[in-house]
Design a protein around this ligand. Structure first.
Ligand code: PLP
Length: 374
């Protein structure tokens, strides 16, 4: 019995086409600027998002870190959502490495932050008591709101507020391509208003390793220096960049368009879960309030929910039948769809979850454990 791993879209394995491309990749010393495959990936990413330049980095976390180092001076401050990955799950790199504070604002169930709150969060640069606001970030898709895709109009509105104050906008687009596909917009439209965007190759796009940061030549030059500082200068990195080039191919040859299947699978799973007694709304900004799970909240590849019984016992009951789910925030569970999950896997996951609900009793208790970092 194969395991159905719904913990995260980071569990994907490279496709045979990726493995072939990796084996055949032309490589060189990328620290010396000699790796043609890395250069090709960076150029392809920049072209797709309509920016001047790209930088291949080891992870989404490193993409966010080098962006912060490129944009911020020590002692400056970033405006971000309270639940953003950069705030909660990057080991406080903003403080430890960048030397910046973050002013966190509450997000709304659509994954956005109220525009007036953003306006009011800027510090007074003439007041020596205050840090200087040096960056605004948004997360797209926005994980804690059930991975809602955030629109180009909202992105442009945030950019206008930031730019009016001479402050850049960075998008943590770990799942940027899920947003592009869910909204049916051009990537250039979604990335256009931002100064930098980072997206992950290693999540829904199915690559084994890596993320790309894109922006102007000038800001990418600063990010390049920051990557070196972090020890992220890799040598024959074309071996891994080659998989990224496969993922970013147009149409069926690439991995972008197929994200629509992940979204449809997540929606179908949510529709089945919604009809099961014992499955509850995830609460918080993923779906405020109690009551049943609302499948229409599932617009990309996350299904967040709660159970009306002991979460650990339920997790163990599904695990025993070969289905893996992730703890997400103190009380929620997550099922994330990805290229390793097709329609038969969704059918089996539905059966297993139903049977686990039958075999675990309803209880008032849910055990709080650490939130998922990915
Ligand atoms: C929204 C978001 N940003 C950034 C990251 C960091 O990516 P990585 O795990 O590659 O460092 C993640 C990881 O899941 C994420 O969900």
């Amino acid at each position: 019995m194969d395991t159905i791993d719904l913990r995260s879209d980071t569990v994907t394995k490279p496709t045979p086409e990726m493995r072939r491309a990796m084996a055949a990749a032309e490589v060189g010393d990328d620290v010396l600027g000699d790796d043609p495959t890395v250069i090709a990936l960076e150029e392809r990413a920049a072209e797709l998002l309509g920016k001047e330049a790209g930088l291949f980095v080891a992870s989404g976390t490193m993409g966010n870190l080098v962006a912060q180092l490129a944009h911020l001076a020590r002692g400056q401050e970033t405006i971000a959502g309270r639940h953003h990955h950069m705030v909660l799950h990057e080991a406080a790199g903003h403080a430890v490495i960048v030397g910046a504070s973050i002013r966190t604002l509450p997000e709304q169930p659509d994954g956005t932050i109220d525009l007036d709150e953003i306006r009011e969060a800027f510090r007074d640069p003439t007041d020596p008591h205050e840090p200087i606001t040096g960056l605004v970030t948004i997360e797209n898709t926005h994980a804690f709101s059930m991975a809602q895709p955030v629109t180009p109009a909202y992105t442009a509105a945030v950019a206008a507020i930031a730019h009016e104050r001479g402050t850049p906008l960075h998008i943590d687009g770990a799942r940027f391509w899920n947003a592009v596909v869910a909204l049916g917009v051009a990537p250039t439209e979604l990335a256009g208003p931002a100064d930098t965007v980072t997206f992950c190759l290693s999540k829904g796009l199915g690559c084994p390793i890596g993320s790309v940061l894109v922006g102007s030549r000038e800001v990418i030059a600063r990010a390049h220096r920051a990557r070196k500082l972090l020890g992220g200068g890799m040598r024959q990195a074309g071996i891994i960049a080659a998989a990224g080039l496969v993922a970013l191919r147009d149409g069926d040859a690439g991995m972008i368009d197929r994200l629509a299947e992940d979204h449809a699978n997540a929606r179908r799973l949510a529709e089945a879960l919604a009809s099961m007694p014992g499955i509850l709304s995830p609460g918080d900004i993923a779906q405020p309030g109690d009551g049943p799970l609302d499948p229409s909240r599932v617009r990309t590849n996350f299904v967040l929910f709660r159970v009306d019984r002991d979460r650990e016992a339920f997790l163990e009951a599904v695990r025993a039948q070969g289905v893996l789910l992730e703890r997400f925030s103190p009380r929620q569970l997550r099922a994330a769809t990805h290229v390793g999950i097709g329609s038969p896997e969704i059918d089996r996951a539905i059966d297993v979850i139903r049977s686990a609900l039958d075999s675990t009793g309803r209880a008032a208790v849910t055990v709080a454990t650490a939130a998922s970092p990915a």
